[in-house]
Design a binder for this molecule. Structure first.
Ligand SMILES: Cc1cc2nc3c(=O)[nH]c(=O)nc-3n(C[C@H](O)[C@H](O)[C@H](O)COP(=O)(O)OP(=O)(O)OC[C@H]3O[C@@H](n4cnc5c(N)ncnc54)[C@H](O)[C@@H]3O)c2cc1C
Length: 480
């Protein structure tokens, strides 16, 4: 049977983009269908990853400058800088990123069509454009990579002016003096520290008793004191009673109860940022019609090659659920393309790192100390504090720690946990050592650039050796 394309990709986020690029490298004819009229790149470039990191970078630069050189008039950063300046910084990056992605698609002869894509049968996609014109295209393979969108709160409305979600926070017109963040996940932590760095008073309302429960317990302790130092008030176990605008006091009020204080408490702020969960964009795209199976929450079920219940239809990215990251979506889209065209490929690696772009950053890979101990492993840890790094001094970024978790006998590296400047970059060194079954001797035997934050690996390894040595193993034996 003749098809118009070898593969049609629905959605141009990281999963769709990487599948399209990899397919084109296999000399395949590719069409990307993108519902958005203005941009390519989905949440990745336009509403999530890149814009939030661009704002963060601007805020971090201001924070660094302000904490290092101060202000002779004693002003807070939000009194010296305007939101427009931060937005302009973000806009430039988004324009450049959008342009580069379009250039890549053109260079690789990937066709794009704007409109809402829907599966008609297992080889046909209909595309409805903004004038309601519908055209259809056929392909041997189809990738569904329509991503996800924010969920709505249950007992209040997001008006996108005073009460915002993770998309509309990107367009606020002034730096708020006070912000209340409802939610305490990764994105919440990022925005909390970004605004605190600009001098904003931040309240976090967390509906659970724990915060980022996957963190190593010592990293969590450092995070807690970092939040405290930035005057970020964290309220755990809260139930939100209502959220409403108070015109008389020109603020938005959030009323909540917490387990520790059952009285109704009210916080006032300029803006409320609601960061709940995500839901998959899997409705009304014809999945049921062609028999693509989803789970009860609407996420598409796939095997480890990203093939759905229909042989020639694949799915990747947020639409298949956890871990819902741009980093993993890029890899999933590429692996789906490899499987479509019979190219042997490896599975997604086991050691998936996470990065939290708070100020400072947090990143981790592998087992935490507690996880390893709960598995009855004989583990030792090695720590390096950023305040002891030359680069920490030089750059005035001395908050944080790098922690190695390793097997006491073999010295094999089992996990790395970092809070501090460049943590999201630094984690990759540990990830590589773990991937190749390396042990912590690597960090002292190799030569690392100096001064760098990566020096923390060397210091933490020595610290770990000291602990093993104190437990009775001779230094010589450790190094041999
Ligand atoms: C605030 C925020 C910060 C984040 N930070 C990070 C980070 O630092 N690191 C990280 O790894 N991840 C981060 N993420 C997560 C990351 O953005 C997502 O995991 C990633 O974008 C998902 O990629 P995707 O390809 O599945 O979908 P998306 O990027 O969501 O793209 C889906 C595309 O499909 C299009 N589409 C939807 N339906 C249709 C249809 N029927 N027809 C045609 N087109 C359609 C949409 O318009 C969109 O362009 C962040 C997310 C948010 C919200």
């Amino acid at each position: 049977m003749q098809f118009d394309y070898d593969v049609i990709v629905i959605g141009s986020g990281p999963a769709g983009f990487s599948c399209a690029m990899q397919s084109s490298k296999f000399d395949k004819k590719v069409l990307i269908v993108e519902a958005n009229d203005e941009y390519i790149g989905g949440t990745w470039i336009n509403k999530g990853t890149v814009p939030s990191k661009a704002l963060r970078e601007a805020a971090k630069t201001i924070y660094k400058f302000h904490s290092q050189f101060g202000d002779e008039k004693g002003r807070k950063p939000y009194e010296r800088f305007r939101m427009e300046e931060l937005l302009q910084y973000k806009r430039t990056i988004l324009e450049s990123k959008n342009r580069k992605v379009k250039e890549d698609l053109i260079k690789n002869k990937i066709d794009t069509v704007r409109g809402y894509g829907k599966l008609v049968d297992n080889h046909t996609v209909s595309v409805k454009d903004h004038t309601d014109e519908v055209e259809t295209h056929t392909a041997e393979h189809i990738l569904v990579s329509t991503g996800s969108r924010p969920t709505s709160p249950e007992n209040f409305e997001i008006d996108h002016t005073n009460i915002l979600d993770y998309e509309t926070i990107l367009d606020i017109t002034h730096i708020p003096r006070r912000i209340t963040i409802i939610g305490a996940g990764i994105i919440a932590m990022e925005y909390a520290t970004v605004f605190a760095s600009l001098g904003t008073r931040v309240n976090i309302l967390n509906n659970s008793s724990s915060l980022l429960p996957f963190l190593d317990h010592e990293i969590f302790e450092i995070l807690q004191s970092s939040l405290k130092n930035k005057n970020i008030a964290l309220h755990n176990n809260v139930t939100i009673e209502w959220v409403r605008k108070n015109d008389l006091r020109n603020c938005t009020e959030v009323a909540f109860e917490s387990e520790t204080d059952e009285r109704l408490q009210v916080v006032e702020s300029d803006h409320v940022l609601y960061i709940g969960g995500k839901k998959p964009n899997s409705k009304n795209i014809g999945l049921e019609k062609v028999g693509v199976i989803t789970d009860e929450d609407g996420y598409i079920e796939t095997d480890k090659s990203y093939q759905t219940s229909i042989d020639n239809i694949y799915a990747a990215g947020d639409i298949i659920g956890y871990p819902s990251l741009a980093s993993t979506s890029f890899v999933q889209g590429r692996l789906a393309a490899c499987d479509m065209f019979g190219i042997p490929s490896q599975d997604l690696v086991n050691e998936i790192p996470y990065g939290i772009y708070s100020i400072p950053e947090i990143a981790g890979v592998g087992l935490t100390e507690k996880e390893a101990r709960n598995m009855d492993m004989d583990v030792t840890v090695g720590r390096a504090y950023f305040r002891n790094l030359t680069q920490g001094d030089i750059s005035h970024m001395d908050e944080g720690m790098l922690k190695l978790v390793f097997d006491t006998n073999s010295l094999k590296l089992l996990g790395v946990h970092i809070m501090g400047e460049s943590a999201s970059d630094m984690i990759h060194l540990g990830q590589s050592v773990m991937h190749y079954n390396g042990d912590i001797r690597y960090f002292i035997q190799t030569v690392l650039n100096y001064p760098t934050f990566s020096e923390a690996y060397r210091i933490a390894a020595f610290n770990g050796f000291n602990r093993v040595n104190k437990a009775g193993i001779k230094y010589r034996e450790i190094l041999e």
